[in-house]
Design a protein around this ligand. Structure first.
Ligand code: FDP
Length: 321
């Protein structure tokens, strides 16, 4: 089986990018060891601090964030970092070629119930701009996107803009080995993922779309749909990459000050790139996610992604509205 390092070399990935991608994978290996030891490693439970977004930080959020920051600070190609758990961008090497945004532990509310969590990375080219301004590039500029999912097996999904590939961690050697190249999301699906408890807060377009899915073969869609919700974007997107589906965290009015849930820079953009590179689509309902011009590192957006035809069907409800 091909190791990640062999894969990067054989694919001719930019030699400057290769050590950075290896460093991201290594972060995944180390976080996976902590996740696997759980309570035995003393990493479960909450801290007494909140992040910049007002969310209580879990111990593992903080540990994973510190681990990634430390490892990337040692990587000469990294110019600066942006993390869900950091108020501001963090500078690394002034002559570095890349900017890395990350969600150290996506799905934090799953940590204490021994359910799926993961780490998401987005890599942008560095520019002459400084601080937060340097990161204000649309997702189409990403040179790589990847996530590591800490499930029964630890897997890493990676794109450098030439398809999406899946690697599985060999726990005996600590190496990621290629298990699926050129992942392909089926264009059609009968599976959807949404937090249905927010139903009364959705816009009319999303209300009608989901109502028609629920009506199954008695409704206008003429077929039955199944629902899955892992409550960690990384787990839901992984399912979509493996067998298709539509995943959405739409606009809602639950908290008028916060109409969107997911973060553009380190959740929506990298996942949109991975999904598009596997033949799927990713939209806000009105615009392609990857062409959005960011305005802040912790900016939030609506997300509708997955199987191409199903995303198109959902967008049809939005354009009619
Ligand atoms: P979490 O806050 O647990 O880290 O990133 C946000 C996220 O997880 C997503 O992974 C997940 O899809 C969503 O929030 C779940 O939030 P709700 O339970 O509020 O729907």
């Amino acid at each position: 089986m091909q190791s990640l390092s062999q894969f990067l070399t054989e694919r001719g990935v930019d030699p400057q990018l290769q050590p950075l991608l290896q460093a991201l994978a290594q972060c995944g290996v180390e976080i996976s060891q902590l996740v696997r030891r759980g309570a035995l490693a003393g990493v479960l439970g909450a801290t007494e601090t909140e992040n910049v977004q007002g969310e209580t930080q879990k111990k593992l959020d903080v540990i994973a964030n510190d681990l990634i920051k430390q490892r990337l600070a040692a990587e000469p190609s990294v110019k600066a970092m942006a993390s869900e758990e950091e108020d501001h961008t963090v500078d690394a090497h002034a002559d570095g070629h890349y900017l890395v945004s990350f969600d150290p532990l996506d799905g934090s509310s799953n940590i204490d119930i021994n359910s799926l969590v993961g780490t998401i990375f987005s890599v942008l080219p560095a520019s002459d701009r400084k601080g937060e301004a340097a990161f204000m590039q649309p997702g189409i500029n990403q040179v790589a996107a990847c996530y590591v999912l800490y499930g029964p097996a630890t897997v890493l999904a990676l794109t450098t803009g030439e398809g999406t590939s899946l690697f599985s961690l060999d726990p005996d050697t600590g190496e990621f080995l290629l298990v699926e190249d050129a992942m392909t999301i089926p264009a059609e699906t009968n599976e959807f993922a949404i937090n249905a408890s927010n139903q009364r807060f959705w816009q009319p377009a999303m209300q009608s779309y989901i109502a028609d899915l629920l009506a199954g073969d008695t409704g206008p869609r003429g077929k039955n749909f199944n629902m899955r919700w892992i409550a960690a974007m990384v787990g839901d997107v992984h399912r979509v990459l493996c067998r298709g589906g539509i995943f959405t965290y739409p606009t809602d009015t639950k908290n008028p000050a916060k109409p969107y849930k997911l973060r553009l820079m380190y959740e929506a953009n990298p996942m949109a790139m991975l999904v598009e590179q596997a033949g799927g689509s990713a939209s806000t309902g009105y615009e392609r996610i990857l062409t959005l011009q960011p305005e802040a590192i912790h900016q939030r957006v609506a997300v509708i992604l997955g199987s191409r035809d199903e995303v198109a069907a959902c967008l049809g409800y939005h354009s009619q509205a």
